[in-house]
Ligand binder design. Sequence first.
Ligand code: ZN
Ligand code: ZN
Ligand code: FE
Length: 751
Amino acid sequence: MRKRQRLTVRGLVQGVGFRPFVYGAAHRHSLTGFVTNTPAGVVIEVEGAAESLSAFADDLARRSPPLAVIQGIEQEELAPIGATDFVIRPSAEPGPMATWIAPDSAVCADCLAEFSDAADRRYHYPFINCTNCGPRYTITANIPYDRPFTSMRGFVMCPACQAEYDDPANRRFHAQPNACPACGPHLELRDAAGERLAGAEEAAGLARQALVDGRIVAVKGLGGFHLAVDAACAAAVVRLRQRKGRPAKPLAVMVADLAMAHRLCHLDQAEIAALASPAAPIVLARKRPGHGLADAVAPGNDMFGIMLPSTPLHHLLFHGVCPALVMTSANFSEEPLCADNSEALRRLAGIADLLLLHDRDIYLANDDSVVIHLAGAMRQVRRSRGYVPQPVEIDSSGPPVLAVGGELKNTICLLREDQALVSQHLGDLKNPAGFGLFKKTIAHLGRIFTTVPALVVHDLHPGYLSTRWALEEQEIPTLAVQHHHAHLAACLAENRFSGPAIGLIMDGAGLGTDQTIWGGEVMIGDAAGYERFASFTPMPLPGGDRAVAEPWRAALGYLHTIFGDHLPDLPFLAGHAIGPVLEILAKDLNCPKTTSCGRLFDAVAAMSGGCQVIGYEAQGAIEFMVAGGSAEALPFEFSLRSGDDRLIMEVAPMLHGVVAAVQHGEGLALISRRFHRTLVLLLTEVARQARQATGLNTVALSGGVFQNQVLFTALLAELNQAGFQVLTHAMLPSGDGCLSLGQAVIGRRAL
Ligand code: ZN
Ligand code: ZN
Ligand code: FE
């Protein structure tokens, strides 16, 4: 029996080779009809035998192109009209759906095969791509996603490329960045003075040789520049650190292939799948002994951040040379990575010996994404290239809202109906480059999401540049949201849980409604509001930000609060000029109070002999965690006390325990394990009391401290054991990268 159906496919199905795929599948199953792009999604009408229609539906569900994301298919029965062929119809008017842009994708297997085939016209061509792979978000300036709106607009396709582009059966049908050596972008190699040394394949060859010789090469990638050196060459890695002004923070490593990844790290199936995925993120994985890389790559850390080559240019770089390259973002610490050639020449001249450039512009800088496999899920640490602008689906709809995030690790978020578009990692807004990218991204996402927000949501902190932008530089009504409330709401939204829930928000710093710095908060609430149920004892940070950069100062502040003038005799004190710090503590001068969990970690690590002065954010806490490696040990004493308006998770009993342990000569590793265990038990106990007080059984974990894998996994296990339903972040980072989503849903709720 002949039947006809109309299928409307929603999701990321435009600009990813979906129509040619449908065309192929329809022909395979001898169906007639058409496929077209509409604002509602891809509309397909197919007519043929009933079995063929169901086989076709099966193909749609299971064999769609690698970059396509199907969110739903609506099916409607029609009367057969006796059509005789299947065609791709021109797109309808571009509406919101028709403007969708895919994330950037690593080179696909088909392109890589052509790239490696000496007889192919794109043999070793570093810009080979097709509808299944290549640049998207980073080269697109406007909608619709069409070549004139991308940084490919200056390249006119040669007849061979144009023929592929026009052929519905071709893998490059409507592949906007389609190019070949005859018509597309080209490489060039320049020295630090900007002098051109070579072009095309010769440029790649010279760059390879320079890497073998231990030199530093800046390489233009998909979302920006990397600085590359041979990861096995200690002198080169150290020189890179010196020139970049990055003494200690672990450096990402790109490995030639999966075999090399296995040599460096212990990898499970999920980690292998992530490495090889189209997003090609940096995966944090445990180092193997005898890995052979320079110690300076990731000192004080038991993990490497590794990734596979994602662009054809990377494959060219690895051709038979160093099996592992340090590939770190070409930025000064916490700036967004630089993205254009003249900027690279200006900013990187003092760092790179050579620059491997090309003439395909990067419109929007995107750092590499970072993920970690923890407690049964692949979790984002930094969500950027390869994932953005894939929206996060939320469980409510309403007016469009823009949220501008925090200040460090900033992201912005635009809500449209039930979709949240969270931007790439924008870095520290205090850097002019970061703030510039912030403004550019807001304008860009508004354009590609075709949305004008009804409300702009910002952090409570009046000094954040994001707050000032919201209040001073735009005209839409605004709303201020407390930092940790936004963390809680983000975790609920990501999990499509409307709440309320018990939020354990363990974080660095965020301004509280009482104008002190919060950061170790237990909150009961949802997007509509919250109650501050418990926090750590407020503790002084002598010198404010200086105590963050130099954890020994925080340690002294905490000890002074507990022991007064009778400071216990601890070895770490001998190394510092403590007199002036004690003086400001005694006078309470520039000693802001904080309930921060991050600072508690810093202070405990420092007083136990760990990191005294940090070289990168959270170094003290990270090295302390690595030193212990688990939360299995006898806990310190802890207690909860009723305060004026909330419970206080008391810091004093824990610190008495830590001091005694140091004085008994327990090493950093054991103290670390005991401290982690203490926090696990304390936080589980406070959750129990919250459950008793409210009847709620759902706990949400958010805040930067939960990037601590030991604490996160042990606490999750303990909470599960105590019968809680636990919500965690996976799609978004638990650190401040999730703030903008939380702000956005709170803002919409307030409308
Ligand atoms: Zn491809
Ligand atoms: Zn061409
Ligand atoms: Fe935070």
